[in-house]
Design a protein around this ligand. Structure first.
Ligand code: NAD
Length: 295
């Protein structure tokens, strides 16, 4: 069984770490705040006195941090975890961050004699708890082969997308589809309301027609048709609007840097920017329908 260090025990990291404990691994965690560490200990894990104590005794280190600046701060520099880890440590960063930061950190890790993968996830807190996440993985084959058995304890679908940064590239492309499609589905329900078309009828028709998509059939933004969707609990998140805005902005940064034309992605980023600007950032991203009704 692997000795795993888990850095970042928030909404996603804690349930992921607990699934590794349940699978029999020795997991030691660290977070800036005590709540996640306390819950990891209750679940059978360990904690270290600081981040470097956790990293020094681990063969594999998984990070689940908010953003690219956090990942750079944790990994890089003379006090960063690359410098503090044992040679040959496998690093897996599952945070959603910009492709550039992922590639910089991976090249520093490899130069320091480590293995490194970017492995962002899709599936949200529910998927993290159930161990059914999708992992999109970038990095060398040898690192992927070593990581796959561990990732399979936290996820159901694990795809090796390519070299360093390919996982992050896949994640922002996927979430650009999601952000745009949620707005498209929401606009359709808003138009249906104005036209006097019953929402259940629109759902019954579009879920079996060419308008079918995940935003409609799994995460429907109006209450009723899909009882498990956040619309049925006043848009309590799931996946917050602030996180969606972050991912859409990452996609726009990448589009600008690479010269890709993504006009609907740009519109989706500005619509989510306005919605979050109304103080709704902590609500589920499907709550954007409320903004569209009022816009
Ligand atoms: P979160 O804010 O709940 O957790 C992040 C944790 O990292 C916090 O507990 C924070 O204290 C800790 N942290 C920050 N800096 C640290 C440091 N220097 N050292 C140790 N710990 C540190 O966020 P989350 O919802 O768990 O998301 C984590 C990542 O996963 C983000 O990049 C997010 O975009 C991505 N993601 C989230 C979801 C979701 O539904 N929440 C879904 C897919 C991907």
């Amino acid at each position: 069984m692997a000795r795993i260090g888990f850095i970042g025990l928030g909404n996603m990291g804690l349930p992921m770490a607990l699934n590794l404990v349940k699978a029999g691994h020795e997991v030691s965690g660290f977070d800036l705040f005590p709540q996640g560490m306390d819950r990891l200990k209750e679940g059978g894990g360990k904690t270290g006195k600081d981040i470097n104590a956790v990293v020094a005794e681990s063969d594999v280190v998984i990070t689940m941090l908010p953003a690219g600046k956090d990942v750079r701060q944790v990994y890089l520099g003379s006090n960063g975890i690359i410098a503090q880890a044992k040679a040959g440590t496998l690093f897996i960063d599952s945070s959603t961050i910009d492709v550039d930061s992922a590639r910089v950190v991976a090249s520093e890790a490899v130069a320091g004699g480590m293995l490194m993968l970017d492995a962002p996830v899709s599936g949200g807190v529910g998927g993290a708890q159930a161990g059914t996440l999708t992992f999109m993985v970038g990095g060398a084959d040898a690192a992927f082969q070593q990581a796959e058995p561990l990732l399979s304890k936290m996820g159901k679908t694990i795809v090796h997308a390519g070299g360093a940064g390919a996982g992050q590239a896949a994640k922002i492309c996927n979430n650009m589809i999601l952000g745009i499609s949620m707005i498209a589905v929401s606009e359709a329900f808003v138009l249906a309301e104005k036209l006097g078309l019953d929402k259940q009828k629109l759902f019954d028709i579009s879920s079996k027609s060419s308008g079918q998509c995940w935003s409609l059939t799994t995460y429907c933004p109006v209450p009723g048709p899909v009882p498990t969707s956040p619309a049925n609990r006043d848009y309590q998140a799931g996946f917050t609007a602030a996180m969606m805005l972050k991912d859409l902005r990452l996609a726009q940064d990448a589009a600008r840097a690479s010269g890709a034309t993504t006009p609907l992605g740009a519109d989706a980023a500005s619509i989510y920017g306005l919605y979050v600007g109304q103080g709704e950032g902590a609500k589920d991203f499907s709550g954007v329908i409320k903004f569209l009704r009022g816009a």
